[in-house]
Design a protein around this ligand. Structure first.
Ligand SMILES: C[S@@+](CC[C@H](N)C(=O)[O-])C[C@H]1O[C@@H](n2cnc3c(N)ncnc32)[C@H](O)[C@@H]1O
Length: 242
């Protein structure tokens, strides 16, 4: 199966589980005061749906066209309209936020009140890493760090870009990360560096003990096959900066 489609089908399973468990609703409470949300990495649309149900308008970006197709279908089947935000609820755009063209050709035409980046960055393969290598080096990682930990290197690149978009437009950014433990101001060694780099004045943490179904997001692979039924405990870490 095409890799993009395979990813979309897997993430659809995980994100439906998140939706059914109301996790997106919890994430949304952190940005409830902001109307138009720029959603970085909308996936298959369950997070977008939750934003719409809570009254937001959404600009939903994703680099995976298969995810966008599934997201559009879900949103339309749920009774929301897709198109320009002047007369629709959600605008879908296929875009890669980590590359130069996003900044030079797209960003200035988008108008939004907050940026969100929920559960993004866990998907990579060797081609992904090769393609993004110059951007990761530009961001400040060295080749050794990237080789040692390609997954978190890619994740950092995406989070850094989400913060960069918010800082350029002087709006808040809300990140949700999946972690093995509670992360807050007492043990955080990473988000405080993003806050300093982009000169955000506030940094707020919250944590939700959650679980996640494997088979989406390539979370649990044993001997090359994905354990779809397996439920994994995870901490959803909310990081809000403005
Ligand atoms: C794990 S899903 C999360 C989707 C959604 N935020 C949610 O919480 O359900 C991550 C999504 O981010 C997208 N993504 C990853 N890197 C990206 C990039 N550089 N630009 C745009 N989208 C990206 C992937 O294609 C994928 O659909």
């Amino acid at each position: 199966m095409d890799e993009k489609l395979e990813y979309a089908e897997q993430w659809e399973v995980s994100s439906k589980y998140f939706y059914d468990k109301n996790y997106y609703n919890w994430m949304q409470t952190k940005i409830k005061d902001y109307n138009i949300i720029l959603e970085v990495g909308c996936g298959t649309g369950y997070s977008t749906l939750s934003l719409l149900e809570n009254g937001h308008k959404v600009i939903a970006l994703d680099k995976n066209s298969e995810c966008i197709e599934k997201a559009k279908m879900l949103i339309q089947q749920s009774g929301y309209s897709v198109g320009n935000l002047s007369d629709a609820d959600v605008l879908f755009i296929k875009a890669d936020i980590a590359v130069e063209e996003f900044y030079s050709q797209l960003l200035s035409s988008l108008h939004f009140d907050a940026v969100i980046c929920w559960n993004v960055g866990s998907y990579w393969n060797k081609d992904t890493i090769r393609y993004y290598l110059p951007y990761m080096l530009e961001y400040g990682l060295n080749v050794f760090q990237i080789q040692q930990n390609p997954e978190s290197s890619y994740s950092e690149l995406i989070l850094w870009n989400a913060c960069k978009i918010a800082a350029i437009r002087n709006v808040p950014v809300h990140i949700v990360d999946r972690a093995g433990e509670i992360i807050n101001e007492t043990n955080d060694e990473y988000y405080c560096t993003l806050r300093a780099e982009f000169a955000f004045s506030d940094l707020d943490f919250d944590n939700l003990q959650a679980d996640s179904v494997s088979g989406g997001g390539r979370m649990l692979v044993t001997n090359g096959s994905i354990n779809r039924e397996e439920i994994i405990e995870t901490m959803l870490v909310s990081i809000f900066m403005k």
